[in-house]
Design a protein around this ligand. Structure first.
Ligand SMILES: [Zn+2]
Length: 345
């Protein structure tokens, strides 16, 4: 028998840059350059043909779609300074540039996913972004890269963008930026109560955007069953109804059992089926266009193994969800979400 041909590796775009290491804290801090060592190990261990996307600084026009001009000016004045923007958000000497590189690089990943032929992208850029508000850096985040990327997609004519945020913390900044916008569906699963204190199920969008924000707060201690139920019964039906043309994933790995900043209990494989399920949604309505961008995740082992699994999910190599579960948290979340969600297109 002739040897069977090896199937080609799945392709995906990758944003990484050595300058992301320059955002380094003045002392001990969970959001540290060592996270990139873990993330790069996951990338290097993946059976994926990655195509590198160069980082470049986001322009004022790109950042200004979601951030206030006065905030951009404040950060330009802070270029080169070692300082803090709030109690837990530091700036190193190069951090303003690095944060612009993270956002601009993600815009380019989205641009390339939109034009093809490669329809999946991954960013392991630091600093993270989902807590950054229109006029304020917050919670380790300087610029809100995923929001900047979503706004770029909208500006070039994409009708419906979904941002799914499974970081253990609520992405208050992202929610705020698109709260009144019916064309960007923001969905978050997060531990509650926990920093930053937002993300109640009654926060569901405002004005024209009513129904285009979906929060699924989860009680501390939940593991795979809770997340499976939340995804099957709340997150995925809402996404399928919205039928996004682009799926962006705020991928935090801090809901992992090992993570020091939360009390959730996900195992690493969960990040695979979570991401696989989101890729499935994209396959149905978005020609597979899915971009995963790193947010939190502060245990280095959990980050590496969780991101490895998420890469499998992004590239269609992870197992799909295949069972129903029932859990009080999920039942509550499903009831609240069904009451609040409506078709927004
Ligand atoms: Zn987080």
């Amino acid at each position: 028998m002739p040897p069977r041909a090896t199937p080609p590796l799945p392709r995906a775009l990758l944003l990484d840059d050595p300058r992301f290491d320059l955002h380094a804290p003045p002392g001990h801090h969970p959001e540290r350059p060592e996270r990139l060592v873990a993330a790069r190990a996951a990338v290097q261990g993946a059976a994926v043909a990655f195509e590198h996307v160069p980082a470049r600084e986001a322009t004022n026009e790109e950042l200004g779609r979601v951030h206030d001009a006065a905030f951009l000016e404040q950060l330009e004045r802070a270029r080169g300074a070692r300082t803090h923007l709030d109690a837990d958000t530091y700036l190193a000497r190069d951090s303003v540039s690095v944060a612009r590189l993270a956002a601009g690089g993600l815009v380019d990943v989205v641009e390339r996913v939109l034009t093809g032929p490669v329809r999946q992208g991954l960013s392991i850029a630091r600093p993270p972004g989902h807590h950054a508000r229109p006029g304020k850096a917050m919670g380790f985040c300087v610029f809100n890269s995923v929001a900047v990327a979503a706004a770029h997609a909208r500006a070039r004519g994409v009708g419906r963008v979904a941002i799914v945020d499974f970081d253990v913390h609520h992405g208050n900044g992202t929610q705020e930026m698109f709260y009144d916008d019916p064309s960007v569906l923001y969905v978050s699963t997060h531990q509650s109560p926990l920093y930053p204190g937002t993300g109640h199920s009654t926060e569901r969008g405002g004005g024209e955007g009513l129904g285009a924000t979906l929060n699924v707060p989860l009680t501390a201690g939940g593991g795979d069953d809770v997340y499976r139920g939340a995804f099957e019964r709340v997150v995925l039906p809402a996404l399928e109804e919205f039928a996004p043309e682009l799926v962006l994933v705020s991928a935090g790995f801090d809901a992992a059992l090992r993570d020091p900043l939360s009390e959730m209990r996900l195992d690493s494989a969960a990040f695979g089926w979570l991401t696989r399920a989101l890729r499935r949604v994209a396959d149905v309505s978005a020609e597979g266009r899915t971009v995963v961008t790193l947010e939190g995740g502060y245990d280095l082992v959990a980050l590496e193994t969780g991101l490895s699994a998420a890469i499998l999910g992004l590239t269609g190599q992870a197992e799909e969800i295949a069972r129903d579960v029932d859990h009080p948290d999920v039942a509550r979340a499903a009831t609240a979400a069904r009451a609040s969600f409506r078709r927004v297109t």
